[in-house]
Design a protein around this ligand. Structure first.
Ligand code: FMN
Length: 198
């Protein structure tokens, strides 16, 4: 019978060891459809006030990468990039074994669930997705840039009331990554010393 304390410790070590792996260091295999679904299921476990699910994930299949690359190129040309940079931007769409677009759908004017709370859920879901991929042995990195706000790219993924947050590249890490810089835990929390109203 599995030892629950050992499982908890393994889960915590998994969370503590997550780090991003850039597309250059990602190789095949990509996650299977089942593994992608499992990561999305974990994303759905993010805290979500009102259960609005203000996000969705869109897989960009391999056969659509060229079409996405053309959209990246239209963006790059529109913002005045050089021919070389336009080509570099076009090629970005082909990088990494799996590419997932993260789309937010924030509903304004909900008194009980202001927009910042919905954004928290979008970020929490993305983080759960990244952690799930990491725990399954995959590497991933979230990448956005100005193109995620340009119509040439956004209109491919978003309805008028949606926003393209970023793309997530996922695959198998080709090498063991460098450890991240040490986290400053002490700076990230404090204790309230009381401040009763006058
Ligand atoms: C929504 C979002 C968009 C991001 N866009 C970029 C990006 O365009 N370029 C980049 O280098 N890092 C980007 N990052 C940061 C990286 O994904 C990564 O988190 C950062 O390099 C820190 O690495 P770590 O995840 O290992 O801490 C983005 C992160 C988020 C959450």
């Amino acid at each position: 019978m599995p030892d629950p304390a050992a499982s908890r410790s393994t889960a915590l070590q998994g969370l503590l060891s997550r780090h991003s792996v850039g597309p250059r260091w990602l190789t095949e295999p990509a996650p299977s459809t089942g593994q992608l679904e499992q990561a999305v299921a974990c994303a759905l476990r993010a805290p979500d006030h009102g259960l609005l699910v203000p996000w969705r994930a869109v897989l960009v299949p391999s056969e659509q990468r060229d079409a996405l690359g053309e959209r990246f190129a239209v963006f790059a040309a529109a913002v005045g990039k050089s021919a070389d940079d336009i080509q570099r931007e076009r090629e970005r769409a082909a990088k990494g074994p799996m590419l997932v677009a993260w789309v937010a759908h924030i509903i304004p004017d909900i008194a009980e669930v202001p927009e910042h709370e919905q954004w928290m859920t979008v970020g929490g879901a993305l983080t759960n997705f990244l952690n799930a991929m990491h725990l399954m042995g995959f590497g991933a990195k979230t990448l956005s840039g100005r193109k995620c706000q340009h119509p040439a790219v956004t209109e491919a993924f978003c309805a008028a009331d949606e926003q393209l947050v970023a793309f997530i590249c996922v695959g198998t890490p080709s090498q063991v990554g460098k450890p991240r810089c040490a986290d400053n835990v002490a700076a990230a929390w404090s204790q309230w010393h009381g401040n009763a109203p006058a």
